[in-house]
Design a protein around this ligand. Structure first.
Ligand code: ATP
Length: 559
């Protein structure tokens, strides 16, 4: 991550506001105050996301002979993640503030705080008696330290009144890192495992103890009870009072997968047998992954629940490095084909010391988000590490037999691993634009437009009758909707002036607008009967096209 990159907080704020206002992305559980790091995709967001995933699946699986798909489970056997190294090592270094108890990923906090000094807080207690509390506060400047001292005072003396703040002149001797929120001291870094642990089967902390609660005939056992089916299943499996259900039962532990890749490795042998593929070949998967990120941030960029699109491309060892290059180029092309300009994409050749120890080469494909240049996708040559680990731990052979050379070996793998949510966010950031467009009176007005690639746009075509109270116009517009609907997502809108209707569609990125007017009815010029105005979102140019040509014209542009 490059902290010094140019950022544009204002632009990001506009993107976030638009996402909420037009129904792309909402905070999860918003009416209850929200769940941090978790997001829901609204009616337009879900279309955009599906378009992305479908296109990825199309080019990575359907259009290739050498890739097959998998839809693996989210709940993962702990042995899988022990063998892969996740149980031991899938952690980020975490630091905690001594004052406000906020936790941070250590590598995301600047190494030193430029200004750190002793501060005297003068506070009065409930009886009005004054006290002096000497604290240490770190910040970017004297002003910043002053503000942060005020915040610390709220944590240290929540019920007392802050009278004044006095900063010692000059710097304190040791400019160490401090809490970005309150300037407090940070603990030493310690590893924090990012995996979500859960329990499988009828176990629950509420029932750990010497006996199983009785279940009535109706299955009800009081307010804290689980659904009857769960309890009954529990009784049936556990059998007797002497085998208490325990939350700590190791056999019941499972993890929510932190990446989709592991189920591919674990199913490698089964798929090899059924798909009858020869090396090199790949297994692709799109699905949810979960990481208990210490600081979810930058909107959906770092979430705790997200989706990945991963390909594990198995090969002979000698082909690994060449395939790494090949997949990097393929993936760059992919981003360009969904409307992300090459100028905003960057390839980081991850240096030896930052790569996973088993990887012989890794590229990060990065994008210039408004909050800085950040990773969209990792393309890694993982050698045969994963399959070897699973072979060792499971005791089952995961070798490949080469019929031609009669060799038996564990295949190597190149993995392009992309984030659905990060790519959706990149598409929205890339598409967001403000420009000038004429209103119904021909005066120029500013407009917000999402310039999505037509292939990705949530709605492909909007259809407008010029007037809503003119029955033949409305009937024709609805006919066009019926005509187009089998081929694409369409939207019918008859409310307001036509310019306003265009504007509403521009804002959600609809690339085409079709207007049914009196010429369509052939009332003025019979030759124009059954033609409509087709308006293009980006150029705002309009052309006259025959209704019967519409589906063909549009489908060729959105595929
Ligand atoms: P980062 O360094 O940003 O935490 P990573 O290198 O750990 O990412 P990978 O394990 O390589 O990420 O995962 C592959 C892809 O999955 C990433 O490139 C990203 O697009 C996506 N991804 C990973 N973590 C998250 C997350 N917390 N939220 C959203 N997408 C994620």
């Amino acid at each position: 991550m490059n902290m010094d990159m140019f950022t544009d907080a204002q632009r990001m704020e506009k993107v976030v506001r638009l996402c909420k206002r037009r129904g792309f992305i909402f905070q999860s559980s918003e009416i209850y105050g929200g769940l941090n790091g978790v997001w829901d995709y609204g009616p337009l967001g879900v279309e955009l996301k599906r378009n992305l995933k479908n296109y990825w699946w199309r080019v990575m699986v359907h259009e290739r002979d050498d890739v097959v798909g998998l839809d693996g489970s989210i709940l993962t056997h702990p042995a899988v993640l022990k063998a892969s190294g996740h149980v031991e090592g899938f952690s980020d270094p975490m630091v905690e503030c001594d004052v406000c108890r906020r936790r941070y990923r250590s590598d995301q906090i600047p190494l030193t705080t430029p200004f750190r000094t002793l501060v005297d807080l003068i506070v009065s207690d409930r009886e009005g008696k004054a006290h002096v509390d000497s604290i240490t506060v770190g910040g970017d400047s004297r002003r910043d330290v002053h503000d942060k001292a005020k915040i610390q005072s709220k944590y240290l003396h929540p019920d007392w009144k802050l009278d004044s703040i006095h900063l010692e002149p000059g710097h304190a001797d040791d400019p160490v890192r401090s809490c970005p929120h309150c300037g407090g001291e940070l603990s030493d870094a310690r590893p924090f495992n990012l995996m979500f642990k859960t329990r499988v089967g009828p176990v629950d902390a509420r029932w750990s103890g010497p006996s199983i609660l009785p279940v009535s005939a109706t299955g009800t056992i009081g307010p804290a009870a689980p659904p009857p089916s769960v309890m009954l299943a529990g009784v049936a499996t556990m059998g007797s009072k002497d085998t208490p259900l325990s939350d700590d039962d190791d056999a019941a532990v499972a993890y929510l997968r932190p990446e989709t890749a592991q189920s591919i490795f674990v199913q490698f042998k089964n798929i090899l047998e059924v798909a009858r593929k020869k090396l090199p070949f790949g297994i692709a998967q799109i699905g949810k992954a979960f990481r208990n990120e210490i600081n979810p941030r930058n909107f959906t960029f770092r979430s705790r629940e997200f989706e990945q699109m991963e390909l594990e491309y198995f090969c002979r060892p000698e082909d690994g490095m060449e395939l790494l290059e090949y997949w990097k180029e393929e993936r760059l092309k992919f981003y360009e084909n969904i409307g992300i300009s090459r100028a905003n994409l960057h390839v980081l050749d991850v240096p030896d010391e930052e790569r996973a120890f088993y990887s012989e080469g890794t590229y990060d494909i990065e994008y210039d988000f408004p909050f800085g240049r950040q990773e969209l996708e990792g393309v890694a040559y993982r050698t045969n590490y994963d399959l070897s680990q699973h072979q060792k731990a499971s005791g089952k052979s995961l070798e490949y037999f080469d019929e031609q050379t009669k060799e038996r070996f564990i295949p190597h793998v190149v993995e392009p691993s992309a984030g659905v949510d990060r790519t959706v966010l990149a598409m929205i950031c890339e598409a967001y634009a403000e420009d000038q467009a004429p209103n119904d009176k021909g005066e120029m007005e500013s407009r917000i437009v999402l310039r999505f690639h037509p292939r990705m746009a949530p709605i492909k075509c909007a259809v407008f009758p010029l007037l809503k109270n003119k029955e033949p116009l409305v009937a024709k517009a609805k006919e066009i909707i019926t005509l187009l609907r089998p081929h694409m997502t369409v939207f019918y809108d008859e409310r307001g002036a036509i310019g306003r209707r265009y504007r509403r569609q521009d804002e959600i990125g609809t690339p085409f607008g079709v207007t049914v007017d009196f010429e369509t009815l052939g009332e003025r010029e019979p030759a124009m009967r059954d033609t409509v105005t087709l308006r293009h979102r980006d150029s705002m140019k309009q052309e006259r096209v025959a209704i019967k040509e519409l589906a063909n014209i549009l489908t060729s542009r959105i595929r």
